[in-house]
Design a protein around this ligand. Structure first.
Ligand code: SAM
Ligand code: SF4
Length: 339
């Protein structure tokens, strides 16, 4: 029978022989925007006292890095809205300097990049994912319920000027941005930015019915193929994206289709919430409370043991379905688990 290795510094390998090398960390559930597919208008945010401190987050990341995690992605909520977030980036950046971490990156809505891009670049952040679903200012305001598109475009420009590579993530939304996708690909690729399209996932309750938002990427892709030549690329990141090269633009385009394709067999990642819960799968409810172990002892042995035990429960795969009138398949919002 399989049992996890608990010897010091053994890499994290799950029961399906997948090495866990990638940790996503949600540093806050709060956000300055309220995207319609992500949050409800009146979101109830967690009380601040429930959050891990930045020092605790840094310590936990250190435990994962000691066990072979090579890539960290900071997310949220909006990660750059967490107070003093640069303190965490500074601490984590030391692992880049030491060669124990290959990549420190973040997913952001871009509103604060104008403020932070220079410092992020100086701390070794080479790439960021910026979520942007439209280039139309009115639509942007409607999708985000409050955002100013120009602020995000300025943030993207600041990141690029600082030497950070930007990838654009766009959620494909039926009747909202579907007519814009080809144009956004041309825009992103024209600026040398990769782009990824994401299918709406049933995470967390939002107003309205998600089947109304759901645009299968098979449909978006077929439409793109009437305008562009898409050549599949072998690039795999261990994640859900599949990539093509758009021959006319020379750029890379990804498709994240968790609902219509299963990508679990190569999954190399786990997700930590801002309260210290470790989710072994984005689409399953099982989680391990690392906060208790972290706070129980200043020594890392207990929390390391909790991490190893959690990884031994990583499930083989998820079971998302979007069906009309069904509650969200997973009740927690993406902003809690981190996208
Ligand atoms: N606030 C940051 C941002 O928007 O990039 C980081 C967190 S956000 C939860 C991460 C990603 O999740 C974004 O690209 C967002 O579009 C995506 N997302 C949020 N809710 C989603 C849902 N229900 N289905 C698919 N993608 C979703
Ligand atoms: Fe905020 Fe990102 Fe969710 Fe939009 S997708 S509401 S920017 S956390």
């Amino acid at each position: 029978m399989w049992s996890p290795r608990t010897d010091a510094a053994a890499p994290l390998v799950d029961p399906f022989q997948r090495a866990i090398t990638y940790l996503r960390i949600s540093v806050t559930d709060r956000c300055d925007l309220r995207c319609v597919y992500c949050m409800s208008e009146e979101m109830q945010f967690l009380p601040k006292r429930d959050l891990l401190t930045l020092e605790e987050l840094e310590r936990l990341c250190g435990v994962f890095i000691a066990r072979g995690v090579r890539k960290l992605r900071i997310t949220g909520g909006e990660p750059l809205m967490r107070r003093d977030i640069m303190h965490l980036f500074r601490g984590l950046s030391r692992h880049l300097d030491a060669g124990t971490l290959d990549e420190l990156t973040l997913t952001t809505n871009g509103t604060q990049l104008g403020r932070f891009a220079g410092e992020l670049a100086a701390l070794g952040v080479r790439r960021v994912n910026v979520s942007l679903d439209t280039l139309d200012p009115q639509k942007f305001r409607a999708i985000t319920r409050r955002g100013d598109l120009q602020v995000v475009l300025d943030g993207i420009a600041a990141a690029r000027a600082a030497g950070i590579r930007v990838k654009i993530n766009a959620v494909a939304l039926k009747g909202v941005n579907e007519d814009e996708i080809a144009g956004m690909v041309a825009w992103a690729h024209g600026l040398g930015m990769d782009m990824t399209l994401i299918e709406v996932m049933p995470l967390g309750e939002v107003e309205g019915d998600r089947t109304d938002q759901f645009l299968p990427l098979s449909v978006a892709r077929a439409r793109l193929e009437s305008r562009y030549t898409l050549t599949p690329l072998p690039d795999r990141t261990g994640g859900p994206a599949r990539y093509v090269r758009v021959e006319e633009t020379g750029g890379r385009l990804g498709f994240i289709t968790p609902l219509t394709h299963n990508f679990c067999e190569s999954c190399n990642r786990v997700r930590l919430t801002c309260t210290g819960k470790l989710y072994m799968c984005l689409g399953q409810e099982d989680a391990a409370d690392l906060r208790a172990a972290l706070r129980a002892s200043p020594d890392d042995a207990l929390v390391t043991q909790a991490v190893v035990e959690a990884i031994s429960r990583k499930p083989k795969g998820h079971d998302f379905v979007i069906e009309r009138q069904r509650p969200a398949a997973v009740p927690r919002h993406m902003s809690v688990t981190g996208g």
